[in-house]
Design a protein around this ligand. Structure first.
Ligand code: ADE
Ligand code: ZN
Length: 326
């Protein structure tokens, strides 16, 4: 479709990608072999066949298991580099990558191993691919506040290597307020702040992410349209939502793409962006997250242009970088 060629050609920023969610089954098996880790699946096909999710938790169980093959700094580099090559192919010129240190430190992997491998890949992406790449450290919300504070302590020697913090993992039952104090401390350190909210959880979680955690962007936020007052605030304050259409379908947040609320968001004037979330698990990288909703929702050229423009507005690029992006 000509509009898919148009969307493909647009320079874009990706703001919601969990780097551990870019680990393709082939790389899981290659790293498993390199590190002599036994996987509970005999081959790539049977692992891929297990990617049939019913909700967020059913995905997270398999996503954390997949990350168990990551041991060395080189493994983290290789994972991120594979993502950057895909991003380049989709005309992503700015990327803000989430990483989940606790998934690794809980298994005895050093915080330094994780962040140094990722940082080296980000540097190489700038030098060799012309992609401005930044890291955002996420706390796992199913773990305790105390564990989040421990993680922030481990991160302090590396403050120059990541630009912000986020909050991910099992949403329902783990409201943003649980992390009020650790977010306050991170803000004092000068870090940017975002959180997943309103993916499966209620609009109240979006309110508390904004009012208690004081986040600058909401990750997902697709439940916000249930709350008229919240929509008014998102529009008025230009609070961006990092929407992940294919993820929402794979995790059964919407029954099919034709019922996704992305187009409504744009037509309401919400600063919505499109992102891949965990592309290796959800069946598509950045451009697929433009093409499939374009077809299902009959998005027009202006919607697509708006999504690309929103991605830069919503990014944590500096004002100079934003000017350079046009
Ligand atoms: N971690 C990785 N992907 C996630 C998602 N879509 N929601 C919450 N936590 C995640
Ligand atoms: Zn996510």
């Amino acid at each position: 479709h000509p509009l898919d060629d148009f969307a493909h050609g647009l320079p874009k920023a990706e703001l919601h990608i969990h780097i551990e969610g870019s680990l393709e089954p082939e790389l899981i098996f290659a790293l498993g072999q390199r590190n002599q880790i036994e996987l509970p699946y005999p081959d790539v096909e049977s692992l891929r066949a297990a990617y049939a999710f019913t909700n967020l938790q059913s995905f997270l169980d398999i996503y954390y298991a997949g990350a168990s093959v990551l041991i060395t700094e080189q493994d983290f580099f290789d994972m991120a580099w594979a993502y950057f090559l895909r991003a380049k192919a989709d005309n992503v010129i700015h990327a803000e990558l989430f990483f989940d240190p606790q998934t690794h430190t809980e298994r005895g992997i050093g915080f330094d191993t994780v962040i140094n491998g990722l940082t080296r890949a980000c540097q190489q992406a700038r030098e060799q691919l012309g992609i401005r790449a930044e890291l955002i450290m996420c706390f796992l919300r199913h773990l305790s506040e105390e564990e989040a504070f421990e993680t922030l302590e481990q991160a302090k020697p590396h403050l120059g290597k990541f630009i912000g913090i986020g909050l991910d993992s099992s949403e329902v039952g783990h409201p943003p307020e649980k992390f009020a104090r650790v977010f306050a401390e991170a803000r004092k350190l000068g870090l940017r702040v975002v959180a997943h909210a309103g993916e499966e959880g209620p609009p109240e979680y979006i309110w508390s992410a904004l009012d208690v955690l004081k986040v600058e962007r909401i990750d997902h936020g697709v439940q916000s349209l249930k709350d008229q007052k919240l929509v008014e605030r998102l529009v008025k304050e230009r609070i961006p939502l990092t929407v992940c259409p294919l993820s929402n379908i794979k995790l059964c947040v919407f029954p099919d793409l034709g019922q996704h609320n992305l187009k409504q968001m744009l037509d309401l004037g919400i600063v919505a962006t499109v992102n891949s979330d965990d592309p290796a698990y959800f069946g598509g990288y950045m451009n697929q997250n433009f093409h499939q909703p374009r077809a299902a929702l009959d998005l027009d050229r202006e919607h697509l242009k708006q999504l690309a423009a929103n991605s830069f507005e919503a990014s944590f690029a500096t004002p100079e970088e934003k000017r350079a992006y046009g």
